[in-house]
Write a protein that binds this ligand. Structure first.
Ligand SMILES: Cc1cc2nc3c(=O)[nH]c(=O)nc-3n(C[C@H](O)[C@H](O)[C@H](O)COP(=O)(O)OP(=O)(O)OC[C@H]3O[C@@H](n4cnc5c(N)ncnc54)[C@H](O)[C@@H]3O)c2cc1C
Length: 416
């Protein structure tokens, strides 16, 4: 039996699910399709839960020679790489480095500014509709410093962010002890107050998916590799039979490049793998905010499941088995900072941040395929940007004037 909808959204991570809701809100009949048959089980499951309103520029490559040397020697906790992945990763890293220079950074920051500025408010609209506002905590997050040099550098950057309208408190040790009495370490901190914290990222994607279905959306299991173009749209075989639609939105996160390749689009989608583990706390201990120990190379977040420790970036072949060396290295450091008790998960979780070398997502219509729309490559900020890039792409797909200029995010920037 064949079914027809207005739009099929491929990929039910936070990006696809939020996009499906935004398109549905424009009055379209939408089907949301995932290989897993349910929402939020891949990268969107395991992140640190930050809706990172204060990231006015994305995470670019630090250009200090000493830092680069430590990365190259595989001796920094923030970055790890597999030697057998070096040759295939190197062109991407060089492009990433070129985009990390001051002029490119300013251009990228300007393109992202209207989008990042609306990231919390746009999620709140969806959360309210989905009855999930309790998953949006106005705690902001805390960045802890271990050296005067790093603190001074970040305090200087914070002045620029304040001038752009953000609220950032500098915390001495007494202020930090008042906010986080169970933290023991560091010389000071910055408290970024504008970001929101989601203590259950899977719970949020699930709440969005349920709301989507209750509002008439169709959730199906299917494999995007079977996507076919027809004379007037697109067709995919799903668990419920054939599905056709005039428009398709590809929101497959780290798997997006693989699906685009047979259609003739080569996209330099790099993967920064990351790991997490949940911990119990020692009796009486409590963490009130997500805390980034940047020099230590990890973040602690007070999730509903326990304290979630997330790691930095790992470069490896796509299907290489997990190698949680960063997690194992930073765990003793984290235990000294906060009284973590036993590990709560049987296995270490691994996810793949989908990253273009300019750290901007790909958004918009594919130039050579009518009705094929794209929304992927949200790097470290997929939770942050899901609702707002979903809105942007929904506006474009329905012929409305987009609320922000989408031109810098077009796939054509890689197709010259
Ligand atoms: C350790 C870590 C910490 C992070 N912390 C943060 C944070 O604090 N804040 C933030 O904003 N971001 C954070 N991120 C990044 C964020 O998690 C990602 O950017 C985001 O989850 C990407 O979402 P997505 O929907 O694009 O991809 P995914 O969540 O991976 O969704 C892609 C979907 O496509 C489906 N799929 C794959 N292949 C097929 C196929 N052939 N057919 C059909 N479906 C298919 C998958 O099953 C999956 O559900 C973090 C990431 C990591 C790894």
């Amino acid at each position: 039996m064949s079914q027809n909808v207005d739009v099929m959204v491929l990929g039910a991570g936070i990006v696809g699910t939020a996009s499906a809701l935004q398109i549905q809100a424009k009055g379209r009949l939408v089907a949301l399709i995932d290989l897993a048959g349910e929402a939020g089980r891949e990268t969107s499951y395991g992140n640190a839960g930050l809706i990172e309103r204060s990231s006015l520029t994305p995470y670019l490559l630090p250009m200090e020679p000493l830092t680069l040397l430590r990365y190259a020697l595989n001796s920094a906790p923030q970055v790890h790489y597999h030697v057998n992945a070096l040759i295939e990763t190197l062109p991407w890293i060089i492009a990433y480095g070129l985009n990390s220079r001051a002029a490119a950074k300013a251009r990228i920051g300007a393109a992202l500014l209207p989008v990042i500025s609306a990231c919390v408010t746009e999620h709140q609209v969806l959360m309210k509709a989905a009855g999930a506002l309790d998953l949006c905590r106005p705690t902001g997050w805390i960045k802890l410093f271990r050296s005067e040099r790093e603190l001074a550098k970040a305090a200087h950057e914070a002045e620029g962010l304040r001038a752009a309208g953000l609220t950032i408190d500098q915390l001495g040790l007494a202020d930090l002890a008042r906010l986080e009495p169970d933290l023991h370490g560091g010389i000071g901190a910055l408290h970024y107050r504008d970001p929101a914290f989601v203590p259950d990222p899977l719970g949020l994607t699930t709440a969005y998916a349920r709301h989507f279905e209750h509002s008439g959306g169709v959730m199906l299991s299917g494999d995007a590799r079977g996507l076919e173009q027809t004379s007037d749209g697109w067709r995919l075989m799903t668990s419920s039979g054939g599905l056709t639609a005039r428009q398709v939105l590809l929101a497959l996160g780290p798997w997006s490049a693989e699906i685009l390749r047979p259609l003739g689009y080569r996209v330099p989608l790099g993967i920064k793998r990351g790991y997490h583990m949940h911990y119990a706390t020692q009796p009486g201990a409590k963490l009130n905010h997500p805390v980034l120990d940047d020099e230590g190379g990890y973040l602690l977040a007070p999730m509903n499941q326990g304290i979630r420790l997330t790691t930095g970036a790992e470069f490896a072949r796509f299907e290489a088995p997990p190698t949680p060396v960063q997690l194992n290295a930073v765990e003793p450091v984290a235990r000294k900072l906060f009284p973590l008790a036993s590990r709560l998960d049987k296995d270490v979780w691994m996810g793949r941040r989908p990253c273009l070398p300019d750290m901007m997502p790909v958004l918009g219509e594919a130039p050579r395929h009518k009705g094929l729309w794209l929304n992927f490559g949200h790097q470290h900020h997929g939770l942050t940007l899901a609702a707002v890039t979903g809105r942007l792409v929904a506006e474009m797909m329905t012929g409305e004037t987009p609320f922000a200029n989408p031109a810098p995010f077009a796939i054509t920037r890689f197709q010259r």
